[in-house]
Design a protein around this ligand. Structure first.
Ligand code: BES
Ligand code: MN
Ligand code: MN
Length: 463
């Protein structure tokens, strides 16, 4: 495979404008008010896949948002790569913390992106990374270099749990048959330290509701004599971690896979600067479970975090009140071999059991997902590693990530193939946060590296 660099150089302005146009559509899957925009984005992706040289592209309807499917089958004897990505994005809130409007992309230079980065919701997660694959496909078909079969499956519900995709995959095993699944929806260590993501955490997400008195009360007349649901809720939440920051839910760690000394030593070789980490976040020190390093805490260890908490009076000024109800949204990041349904049950039983008299507690499970670890001796991993060596001039470091893409474990179960996570974003690209951005260098490097993966994988598969 020839280097895609000259082609990219020639077409890079168009590659950028096309992505910018895609980023202008607010495809927020969590908010029904944007349903038309989500659907419109699927149509735009369909068109782009057709232009990139796919033979058959279809919008597949589901109980939720549509899935865009496209393929180019050269020969059934050749290997088939299935590319997955998502075209939906997170809500941009809090909108006032953005330096420029989230759906009006602008290019700005940053310390880590001296060649410029595109600032917009979805630029890195995942429209920008997904679109690298569309442009890599364009390059391979336009220059007659596509070495194998390819299938694209781009969904619109990743940020809300991929429910329809699960439904779709279970019903279309044959259509989706493949030799390897390729995803760019993760990150890498730094632009000069390429890495391949070898693990994702699982997830259990719950909402809790604490109810005290049957109505909001005057906090003077009743304060001290009845349970205040907000006081109780915060106390219950605080008790979920002990002084060493271990999670106190009985049985929570029972199935956690413990890494060997050797594996942990290998992990510790990945470059990491605590100073730089703290400085980037304006914190004085890191925090977490005793006995583990920062990189371990955010990848191979399970966690429990409150994502939102509310109740009572939060308006201007002061109102003296004991609220009838208090709420919190809690996520638990899970590791192999924790079962998210089991963990949700453990949480529910324990949380209800620690409620004091005078309140009732309800736990409402949301979605969940299973953790995933991919081996580094698979054909797919070797092909990816070779591809990075060609385009970065360095061997990539395998690294387990703390994020979740729950559908990946389902892919393995239903389609029986390994997933390769070639992410080109940086942790500092602020995905899910205000001012999300994606480096132009990263975008183009992805487009350059992906065709090399196709080439390496086909070569290894045929040898
Ligand atoms: N692309 C992210 C996941 C990710 C980002 C993994 C960076 C590794 C590195 C994905 O879109 C995402 O946000 N997933 C959610 C879970 C989902 C069920 C909402 C997450 O991790 O919170
Ligand atoms: Mn994503
Ligand atoms: Mn996301």
């Amino acid at each position: 495979m020839k280097s895609a660099k000259p082609y990219i150089e020639e077409h890079k302005d168009r590659f950028l404008t096309e992505l910018i146009d895609l980023l202008k559509i607010p495809s927020i899957s969590a908010d029904k008010a944007y349903a038309n925009d989500v659907i419109k984005t699927a149509d735009v992706i369909k068109e782009s896949l057709e232009k990139a040289g796919c033979d058959k592209v279809e919008i597949c309807d589901t109980p939720g948002y549509p899935i865009v499917y496209g393929e180019k089958m050269l020969d059934p004897k050749l290997p088939t790569i299935l590319v997955y990505g998502h075209y939906d994005v997170q809500p941009p809130d809090p909108i006032n913390l953005w330096d420029s409007p989230p759906f009006e992309p602008v290019i700005k230079k940053t310390e880590l992106h001296p060649e410029g980065a595109i600032f917009a919701r979805g630029s890195c997660d995942d429209k920008g990374q997904m679109y690298m694959h569309v442009k890599a496909m364009e390059y391979m078909t336009a220059t007659n270099q596509l070495p194998c079969n390819v299938k694209f499956m781009i969904e619109g519900e990743e940020e809300v749990g991929s429910e329809s995709l699960g439904w779709f995959v279970e019903r279309n095993q044959e259509k989706l048959a493949n030799d390897v699944i390729l995803i760019s929806d993760t990150g890498m260590i730094a632009n000069d330290i390429p890495s391949i993501t070898t693990g994702l955490r699982g997830l259990s997400y719950v909402e809790v509701e604490v109810t005290g008195p049957n109505r909001d009360l005057h906090s003077g007349l009743y304060g001290g004599a009845v349970a205040n649901p907000i006081n109780v809720l915060t106390k219950m939440i605080a008790s979920l971690h002990d002084d060493d920051n271990h999670i106190t839910i009985p049985g929570f760690y029972d199935k956690v896979e413990e890494l060997s000394k050797e594996e942990r030593a290998k992990m510790a070789e990945a470059p990491f600067s605590k100073e730089a980490y703290c400085k980037a976040l304006d914190i004085e020190d890191v925090y977490g479970e005793a006995g583990y390093t920062t990189n371990e805490r955010n990848s191979i260890r399970p966690t429990l975090d409150v994502n939102g908490i509310w109740g009572g009076y939060t308006g201007e000024g002061a109102k003296t009140v004991i609220a009838s109800k208090a709420y919190a949204k809690i996520s638990m990041r899970l590791v192999p071999d924790q079962n998210w349904k089991e963990i949700t049950e453990l949480f529910k039983n324990y949380f209800e059991s620690i409620a004091p008299k005078g309140v009732t507690v309800k736990v409402n499970p949301h979605h969940g997902g299973t953790a995933y670890v991919t081996p580094i001796d698979s054909l797919g991993y070797k092909a990816a590693s070779n591809a990075y060596e060609t385009t970065f001039g360095k061997t990539p470091i395998p690294q387990r990530s703390g994020g979740s893409i729950p559908i990946v474990a389902l892919f393995e179960k239903e389609l029986k193939s390994k997933t390769i996570l070639m992410g080109f974003g940086l942790d500092s690209d602020a995905i899910h946060s205000p001012n999300e951005h994606f480096g132009i260098w990263n975008y183009l490097k992805g487009i350059e590296t992906i065709p090399q993966f196709y080439h390496e994988f086909t070569k290894l598969k045929n040898s």
